[in-house]
Ligand binder design. Structure first.
Ligand SMILES: *Cc1c(COP(=O)(O)O)cnc(C)c1O
Length: 377
């Protein structure tokens, strides 16, 4: 199916003639939890329903179902527990002032899900069915998309290897599922710069490895460096390339951008070990549309630090779905500190954050047809 077919149609529920076949299991009274009030935090509460679908080498994908959210029962020998054959996605749904709900570039996440699947030797999902499942699930649990300023519904598609077998090979069975979680504003106390530790000890990903795939193992590999940075008083880790330990790759689980002067945005090119973020791509396209010069260039950590000290670099910010734009206030590297822009949020970060969130929440016209609106009755 042509992806363009979804735009600009407002989707409600499945339409006549749709080929996807998702079984709906109704919730029991006891499974209908009320939507919590107050601050959601991030990823702590799941909605009432989830989507599940199974794969076996003989049947392919089957049993697409939307039913109550709840635990899986898996044998201890299940391959994902041992060899981490797993992928996931992360995107958000935004409540509009008219009550409808926006998805932001969901086609990009869907394509990336299948690219990650390929890298991890997992089967691709049917793109139409995957997106339809997400739309259906959000519609059925629509009251869980919050409307407080800055809040959203986080969408987490996942695929795991489920063959109960201890041998090392690609699994013959998989489980694909989608869960939803209402999330509060990322910057609860306003849009604030964060301190970032440049790790000279740990590496996240290497060219030829799995850094460009959204797979759990990359995160497991990053946790110790994250804990180490926290202990030193930093909230994120800046990752350098694994071969020379010189070129900047990413910050935490976000891509990174540098502002030279007042209108030149630089981000490292996708060389194979960097995760191709949807927000990164949006910053490049929207940045150019707004009149900034945006280039993809390798940045040497020594140049970065010198350019911060000389003031050539005026701003640094991370970009990713969770925070959208996360300004960096300072870097710590080998016991030295480098303050960026007086530890203040700069005008470019502010401008991009405002424009991107205005598009996501439907407050301004979307110049790129990036949003898909789910109509809520
Ligand atoms: C998900 C992710 C990003 C950001 O991607 P978005 O699509 O913008 O949310 C960046 N880096 C890593 C390592 C990630 O896992």
């Amino acid at each position: 199916m042509e992806l363009g077919l979804w735009f600009p149609i407002l989707r409600t529920t499945l339409q006549e003639g749709d080929t996807v076949d998702i079984k709906v299991v109704p919730l029991k009274e006891s499974e209908m939890r009320p939507v919590p009030t107050g601050n959601y935090g991030f990823g702590k509460t799941m909605t009432n329903r989830m989507f599940t679908q199974y794969y076996s080498s003989d049947k392919g994908w089957h049993d697409a179902t939307i039913g109550p959210y709840g635990p899986f029962s898996l044998e201890p020998a299940t391959s994902v527990f041992h060899y981490a054959q797993e992928i996931f996605e992360g995107t958000k749904a935004y409540r509009l002032t008219d009550g409808n709900i926006n998805l932001f570039r969901p086609w990009e996440n869907m394509k990336r899900f299948n690219n990650s699947a390929r890298r991890m030797a997992m089967p691709n999902v049917d793109e139409e069915e995957h997106l339809e499942a997400i739309i259906q699930l959000i519609s059925m649990d629509q009251e869980w998309t919050p409307s407080q300023p800055g809040s959203a519904l986080y969408i987490r598609p996942t695929m795991i290897a489920t063959e109960p077998f201890l041998g090392v090979h690609a699994s013959s069975n998989y489980l694909h599922f989608v869960i939803l979680s209402p999330v509060g504003a990322y910057f609860a106390e306003g849009f604030n710069p964060v301190p970032v530790h440049i790790s000279h000890e740990y590496r996240r990903a290497v060219k030829g490895g799995t850094g460009a795939a959204k797979t759990g193992g990359n995160y497991a590999a990053s946790l110790l460096a994250g804990a180490d940075a926290k202990e030193k008083g930093y909230s994120q880790v800046l990752w350098l390339d694994a071969i020379e330990g010189r070129f900047i790759e990413e910050v935490g689980a976000m891509n990174i951008c540098f502002v030279y002067g007042d209108d030149h945005i630089v981000t490292p090119p996708l060389t194979g070990s960097i995760l191709p973020g949807v927000t990164r791509d949006s910053v490049i396209k929207l940045g150019r549309h707004l009149g900034y010069q945006v280039t993809e260039e390798m940045v040497d950590v020594n140049d970065l630090l010198a350019d911060i000290q000389s003031g050539k670099i005026s701003e640094v910010f991370g970009c990713g779905t969770a925070a959208v734009i996360a300004p960096v206030g300072k870097f710590g590297y080998r016991d030295e500190e480098y303050i960026v822009n007086n530890y203040e949020v700069g005008p470019v970060a502010k401008h991009l954050y405002q424009q991107l969130t205005d598009i996501q929440y439907g407050r301004i016209l979307d110049p790129f047809d990036w949003t898909l609106t789910i109509k809520v009755d």
